[in-house]
Design a protein. Structure first.
Length: 692
């Protein structure tokens, strides 16, 4: 497989344009990581004057390409097994499993194990392993193999992405003519792909691989590339990873892109270019807290728009992880005034559906049902229910909801007495009768105050109007208490959401999206086996996984996304926020299902396979940051808060030392050249300046 190394932002458009075109009509295929990268690459080709290469060039994601291979070959399958696997495991935990290492009672009673096992099985599958590859000499891998083999058997023709890649690779290895696209093919990769994806890319007949040059190229990373793409690709990357000093005049942005994470010998070389002082193209900032950092971010964006006259789509604000910082950034930026309206913002990957009013209301209903409609959880739900028969109001106020929940004479249910959830309907009927009697007495009593009469009339009207929705809610609670299966429970819940829950704006579409997400689970054996509270948990998990779009990539809008997601995209100015210690790179955590020792043993036992290790995740994050910085053509800003979202004091990430070493600004007080490795005092003195 031929490998093309991308050592600059202009290299990729040139590689696409250089693809051979045999015959009179141009036909090419470029496999891109996302639709965003496809759009950005088209734009880069036009800007580079190579727009002729767009004719006949197909931009497609690798998973879509692999699925096309299967479709053309007539393989019957349905994608999306990853979303069904946690539910399959949850149902499996209810059986009397012969597990040895894991505590079955813990698996059954503690939430989260289904997701942990699903993630572990997904990683094993992506590494090209099977249950038979796991060692059988110890109990731990035997348990994992048992659960994996069971869920794989139940999946049948439901394919995960890893299985799609593996099946497509098998077809292409058997017959290269199974590749359905004509012409040359170029696959854009990073070296951090899993074995299943890398195997598929390598199996594409005549395909060329485009790999970015990264730093640092650690021994582990080069070993990974060797296993995935061969020793020639690893040697080429290793040779290109060494920074060669240059004496040409450069900006601080150029210094940061060229020397960040460079070898210490290169950084200490007296001949290499160094900063003469801040020039506005690279900023390192530390702020008192997240709020101050958000305000500084808004000021920075406004400065890019007003002073630098930069188009909105040329501005990017990046975060280490998507949630919740991306939404906080977007919410602050849209408040900036822009041509009589809010500032346009695009959030890559969208925002969690539960952050919208409709999603939050559906989630509150699910949480109330999970708590067996206790008064504390029911009170916030009541104002979101549609009133029936009251032309003056569509819903209760918050105060009226609290008054009703605590005034009907029941506390609802709890874990020890779930049947208490069913008392709300009978208490509401009894309360109507009580209020009617009280109202008749008050009207007959000449001493009754008008204020008391109005209170009784208002309360009676509220209880009557909310009863249909409350009865429907109790009906869903009854299905949970009686252990109704997932399919039946969702039918009742969907009717409640559609008929009785107020979903403003585009909220109605969210209910339809949730139904679409749950349809495969309800139609499979999961829909009949998972019941009661487990079924409710599956609905909640699917709701939490839904995201809603915020803007559209390519439109004039400020880009907000993750650091790794922006690698490979080009912007005029890039700002990275939230760079606390332990955030980027993130603090490695031991996997309870696949600990590092087991991953190491599996890699050694099965040559050619790559299991993601903690150091691999760190390398991917560091390389993603380097790619994001390289994509900033004119200006880059890195910032960190001293107090994070949890109100915990934090130090700036260690990468600030690396950034300062790359810039090598002179001592601001003496003018002396900077040390090769700046101290924290030098960092505060020469780099952390007030945001302008």
């Amino acid at each position: 497989m031929k490998v093309i190394l991308l050592d600059s932002a202009d290299a990729l458009p040139g590689a696409v344009a250089a693809l051979p075109v045999p015959g009179p009509l141009p036909t090419r295929t470029v496999l891109v990581p996302s639709e965003r990268h496809a759009h950005a690459l088209r734009r880069a080709l036009v800007r580079a004057g190579q727009d002729a290469a767009l004719a006949g060039t197909r931009f497609i994601g690798p998973l879509t390409a692999a699925m096309e291979v299967l479709y053309v070959a007539g393989v019957a399958f349905s994608p999306g097994e990853e979303r069904l696997r946690p539910a399959r495991l949850l149902a499996l935990f209810r059986e009397d499993l012969p597990v040895e290492h894991f505590d079955l009672d813990l698996l059954q009673t503690t939430r989260g194990w289904d997701g942990a096992f699903a993630a572990a099985i997904g990683e094993l599958e992506a590494a090209g392993l099977s249950p038979a590859d796991l060692p059988s000499d110890t109990a731990h891998p035997r348990d994992v193999a048992l659960l994996w083999s069971r869920v794989a058997a139940e999946a049948g023709s439901s394919f995960s992405a890893a299985r799609v890649y593996r099946e497509a690779t098998t077809l292409l290895s058997r017959d290269p003519r199974a590749w359905p696209f004509d012409g040359a093919a170029l696959a854009i990769a990073t070296g951090h792909e899993d074995s299943a994806l890398a195997g598929f890319l390598a199996a594409i007949p005549g395909a060329m691989l485009a790999l970015p040059v990264v730093r640092p190229a650690s021994e582990r990373f080069l070993e990974r590339v060797t296993r995935l793409y061969g020793v020639d690709a690893a040697r080429a990357l290793e040779a290109k990873a060494t920074v060669r000093p240059s004496t040409r005049a450069v900006t601080e942005r150029d210094l940061l892109a060229s020397f960040l994470f460079a070898d210490s010998k290169v950084l200490a070389d007296p001949a290499r270019p160094r900063s003469k002082g801040p020039d506005g193209t690279a900023e390192l900032e530390e702020h008192a807290g997240v709020e101050a950092e958000l305000e500084a971010t808004a000021t920075w964006v406004a400065r890019q728009v007003l002073e630098a006259r930069r188009p909105l789509e040329e501005i990017a604000v990046l975060v280490p992880a998507q949630d919740p910082l991306a939404q906080l950034v977007a919410d602050r930026l849209v408040r900036l005034p822009f041509e009589g309206g809010p500032l346009p913002v695009y959030v890559a990957g969208g925002l969690p559906a539960v952050t919208e009013t409709a999603g939050a209301r559906i989630l509150s209903v699910l949480r109330a049902l999970a708590s067996h409609l206790s008064a504390d959880t029911l009170a916030p739900v009541l104002p979101a229910l549609r009133l029936d028969g009251d032309p003056d109001r569509s819903h209760l106020s918050h105060g009226e909801g609290m008054e009703l929940a605590y005034g009907l004479g029941t506390a609802g249910g709890n874990a020890a007495h779930p049947e208490g959830a069913l008392e709300w309907s009978t208490r509401a009927a009894a309360r109507v009768a009580e209020l009617e009697v009280a109202l008749r007495h008050a009207r007959a009593d000449e001493d009754s105050a008008a204020r008391e009469l109005r209170r009784l009339e208002r309360t009676l009207r509220s209880v009557r109007a909310v009863r249909p929705a409350l009865d429907a809610l109790v009906g869903v609670a009854r299905a949970v208490v009686e252990g109704a299966p997932l399919a039946a429970l969702w039918d009742a819940l969907a009717k409640l959401v559609e008929d009785h829950l107020l979903l403003p704006g585009e909220g109605a579409a969210l209910g339809a999206r949730l139904a679409e997400s749950l349809a495969p689970a309800c139609a499979s054996a999961i829909g009949a086996t998972l019941a009661g509270e487990d079924a409710l948990a599956v609905v909640e998990d699917h709701l939490l996984s839904l995201r809603v779009p915020h803007g559209r990539f390519g439109d004039p809008a400020v880009y907000v996304g993750t650091v790794q997601g922006a690698a490979g995209l080009a912007f005029g100015a890039v700002r990275v926020v939230g760079l606390c210690e332990g955030v980027l790179p993130s603090q490695p955590r031991e996997d309870p299902v696949l600990p590092e020792r087991l991953r190491d043993a599996l890699e050694r036992a099965v040559p050619g396979r790559v299991l993601t290790r903690a150091e691999d995740r760190v390398a991917a994050q560091v390389h993603g940051l380097l790619g994001a910085i390289a994509g900033a053509r004119d200006a880059i800003a890195l910032s960190a808060p001293r107090v994070d979202l949890a109100r915990t004091e934090r130090e700036p990430a260690s990468l600030f030392i690396d950034a300062a070493a790359a810039l090598a600004r002179p001592d601001v007080s003496t003018g002396q050249p900077a040390e090769a490795v700046p101290s924290t005092g030098a960092l505060a003195r020469d780099y952390f300046r007030p945001a302008g």
